[in-house]
Design a protein around this ligand. Structure first.
Ligand code: PMT
Length: 405
């Protein structure tokens, strides 16, 4: 029973449940990725209806997208009368991926001469465009003018990325990662209750080096901090994520600063919080000690009988001492149920909230996709129960907003 509830909690949170997404595919080589995009949107709980331009038909068949979406694919205004009006009326969001220079020019100028451009002009909800093309096309002033015009109307852009392009050149113009496009769609349908907030989040472990080969570190994977950064961005915050070494991918729309030692993380946190941050969330597992000496060459094992250590500087305490300090949320990783210690830690380090995290509980703490915490603030506490780290992240941000409003 316990296992099955843990398995349930590990299942991916469906962020687009009951949502209906219109996917417009225009004619670029990246159109072949549309089938994967459809699948990922559906995995997140959305229903998807695809509309294709004539040029898109040269790159991927409607049948592939029909099978992926389990829905009719529309390729012409005349295929089923009035679908260009009824489909946009029923959709929660529209995403155009890949968006070519041609479709962007048409949309920016109100040209409605096919199913996709007609549906676009009939749609009143949030639109995400994912441009993909050769770098010189992307940088052309006419294209940039058209893009700017769409963005000024509130249309959201995701990508393009830099790298090797289908034409064989290197540059900016690759379609954004499919997971980033999905995250942008999720953000487009999520209330932006953190808009205007500048949030600095830390994640992952630190490394304290003994010599060029050995270091002291801990088991933090970064998952908890990355979930917080993703959730805050989804809700409209400007997010800087400062992370120790992890295997995780930068969340969409988040500025990622990579650090190594506690001293480096301290320096980066100080720099970033001084740029007008409203909140600091310290989910990183920061080393409390570092070797007194760091050798420039590998230390011979025979020469290492004991290790002299020094305390690292406390990052939270140093930010709390700043004249203009942000709202500070810390974590307390404990082995056992001593919640009193967490509350004392909150007071001692002058935090506004602390997340008590008993890392010995099943499904909680290091490396797992789930967590189970108690959120303490100056007024009281709330248990989250065992939930995905993404859900825990939202619960922490919900509590922060309750306190601030
Ligand atoms: O990364 P995951 O695998 O997802 O695991 C998540 C986690 C278990 C690392 C996370 O949920 C967590 O509990 N992070 C805090 C771990 C920790 O260092 O706790 P602490 O009780 O030792 O420190 C208390 C607070 O002070 C923490 O917010 C810590 O970031 C901060 N700190 C610690 C040392 C230091 N020199 N400066 C600090 O600011």
């Amino acid at each position: 029973m316990r296992n099955s509830s843990a398995t349930r909690r590990k299942q991916k949170l469906k962020r687009l449940t009951n949502k209906s997404v219109l996917l417009g595919v225009s004619g670029g080589i990246a159109a072949y990725k549309a089938a994967d995009l459809v699948r990922r949107l559906k995995d997140d709980g959305s229903s998807v209806t695809v509309m294709m331009t004539e040029a898109a038909l040269k790159f991927i068949t409607p049948l592939s997208l029909q099978v992926a979406s389990q829905n009719t694919v529309y390729t012409s205004v005349f295929q089923e009368p009035l679908k260009h009006i009824s489909l946009p009326a029923q959709a929660d969001a529209m995403v155009i991926a890949p968006a070519t220079a041609n479709i962007i020019a048409k949309l920016a100028n109100g040209i409605a001469d096919d199913i996709l451009s007609t549906a676009f002009i009939a749609f009143r909800g949030p639109v995400v465009i994912a441009p993909a093309m050769n770098e010189r096309m992307y940088e052309h002033p006419l294209f940039q003018e058209n893009l700017k015009r769409l963005l000024s109307l509130g249309i959201r852009q995701v990508g393009p990325e830099s790298g090797s392009l289908a034409c064989g050149e290197e540059g900016t113009g690759r379609l954004a990662e499919v997971s980033d496009i999905v995250d942008a769609v999720v953000a487009a349908v999520t209330p932006q209750d953190l808009r205007g907030h500048k949030i600095v989040v830390t994640a992952g472990p630190t490394r304290e080096h003994l010599d060029p080969i050995r270091f002291l570190s801990n088991r933090s994977s970064g998952k908890m901090g990355f979930s917080i950064a993703r959730a805050a961005r989804k809700r409209g915050a400007e997010v800087v994520l400062i992370s120790g070494p992890t295997a995780l991918k930068r969340p969409w729309g988040v500025v990622l600063k990579q650090t190594d030692s506690a001293a480096e993380m301290l320096r980066t946190v100080k720099e970033e919080t001084k740029k007008g941050a409203t909140v600091l969330i310290m989910a990183a597992a920061v080393a409390d000690f570092r070797p007194r000496q760091q050798a420039g060459i590998k230390v011979d094992k025979g020469a290492m009988n004991s290790l002299a250590m020094d305390r690292t500087e406390d990052i939270i305490a140093s930010v709390a001492a700043q004249k203009k300090r942000p709202f500070i949320i810390g974590f307390a990783a404990e082995t056992g149920g001593n919640q009193e210690r967490a509350k004392q830690k909150m007071q001692r380090k002058n935090m506004d909230m602390i997340i008590f995290n008993d890392v010995t509980e099943e499904g909680a703490g290091f490396e797992t996709d789930t967590n189970n915490v108690v959120i303490f603030d100056r007024k009281g506490s709330a248990k989250t129960g065992l939930r995905s780290k993404d859900e825990i992240a939202d619960a922490i941000l919900d509590r922060y907003l309750e306190i601030k409003t």
